[in-house]
Design a protein around this ligand. Structure first.
Ligand code: 72C
Length: 368
């Protein structure tokens, strides 16, 4: 197992900024990872994703094992070659998607069994099978353990049951992963909103030993305030010298507040999903280009941005594309949004490096 070197260059309170060194390139932290669920960051080419300043993207076991199947991706040279992305890829283990997407899923000690949401075919996802798919077949650089993300709200006994199953699966994932030295394996902390359970989860993961530690079980409907309450104690339970990844988060304000509480890595479908629906994220909060007020607004979304989608096209044109349901509207807004999220991360890294994160947070919150 390769503990990719993680260099922390500066700290501001609990926040850190630095860099994770991987065999396929560097990841500047705090980092935002665009989601490429089925082997594509939806509506964007990998060149546009790279130009938007993303260092790493996400792939997913659940989607790719169903279509085109992980074996086919392997026969075609692995996920990087298949989708022409030459930077690092992090893959999620599939547990979360089985629970949220598939039909008739059953969680047992041995494995999760489920029916495909595409054609109803039956599948089995065990810790060992998830590691095989991610590490051997897709060729992911950062592999996530298979876990059970318990739905929110969860009573403490149910949360404890899911957390302990995830801890046992963490052990099996570590054993299946073995001593690979060019790929990393991350454990996932569970325990819902309960501090004692989060602590037990962290202790069990540290005992097993991982290259990085994710905070799972959040961004599942609890809302911003409840998420921040958990983040007031959960990240600090994880090793300070390893990367901390908050799964599925989030809106810009969620990211800012989680960075301030010690989180280093984020993923969310929001920039691409909202872009496909006409929404553009800006420093003054989100706007929807479908709105008539943009019909003759000749200004671009952000003329200071290096991303052409943000600085070269008028809002009037984007308004037209969205109203006409033109594919280019989805492309340009997805591109702008990914560039905006990466620009937010760059601003956060700079604020931490200069010791002015609190001022940044206050100013950012006031403008949303
Ligand atoms: C949105 N809120 C949210 N997402 C979560 C995830 C999945 C994150 C995956 O879901 C997609 O984001 C919706 C992303 O696109 C793909 C590529 C499908 O994978 C990413 C989680 N994953 C695991 N293994 N365990 C968790 O406790 C967990 C919690 C989450 N909370």
């Amino acid at each position: 197992m390769a503990a990719f070197p993680f260099r922390i260059d500066a700290r501001d309170g609990r926040a850190r900024t630095g860099m994770i060194q991987t065999p396929r390139g560097e990841i500047r932290t705090p980092a935002f990872m665009p989601v490429g669920t089925a082997g594509t960051v939806k509506a964007l080419t990998v060149d546009q994703v790279r130009q938007a300043q993303a260092d790493i993207i996400l792939g997913n076991t659940y989607h790719l094992m169903l279509r085109p199947t992980a074996e086919r991706v392997a026969r075609l040279g692995g996920l990087h070659k298949f989708m022409r992305w030459d930077g690092p890829i992090l893959t999620d283990s599939g547990g979360f998607q089985v629970m949220s997407l598939s039909k008739i899923s059953k969680v047992k000690e041995e494995a999760v069994t489920f029916q495909s949401h595409l054609d109803g075919s039956r599948h089995v996802l065990s810790p060992e099978r998830s590691i095989e798919i991610q590490a051997d077949l897709l060729g992911s650089d950062i592999v996530m353990q298979l876990d059970e993300c318990v739905a929110w709200p969860a009573e403490e006994p149910r949360a404890a049951e899911g957390m302990r199953l995830s801890a046992r699966w963490a052990e099996r994932c570590k054993a299946a992963f073995g001593a690979r030295d060019t790929q990393a394996l991350f454990g996932i902390q569970q325990g819902s909103v309960y501090e004692p359970l989060r602590r037990e989860s962290a202790e069990r993961l540290i005992e097993i030993g991982f290259d990085g530690y994710a905070i799972g079980g959040l961004a599942v409907g609890e809302g911003h305030a409840a998420m921040c309450e958990v983040l007031d104690f959960a990240p600090a339970m994880l090793p300070d010298e390893r990367p901390r990844y908050l799964m599925g988060v989030g809106k810009p304000i969620d990211i800012v507040e989680a960075v301030a509480r010690g989180v280093d890595m984020f993923d969310c479908v929001l920039p691409t999903r909202s872009g496909r629906h006409g929404q553009a994220w800006t420093w003054d909060g989100p706007i929807n280009l479908k709105n008539a007020r943009f019909a003759e607004d000749e200004a671009p979304l952000d003329e200071a941005s290096p991303c052409p989608a943000s600085s070269a096209y008028s809002k009037a044109y984007l308004h037209h594309l969205v109203r006409a349901d033109e594919i280019l509207g989805q492309v340009l807004l997805s591109w702008h949004n990914v560039a905006f999220f990466e620009g937010l991360m760059a601003a956060l890294r700079q604020a931490i490096a200069e010791g002015r994160l609190d001022a940044f947070r206050k100013d950012f919150a006031a403008r949303q």
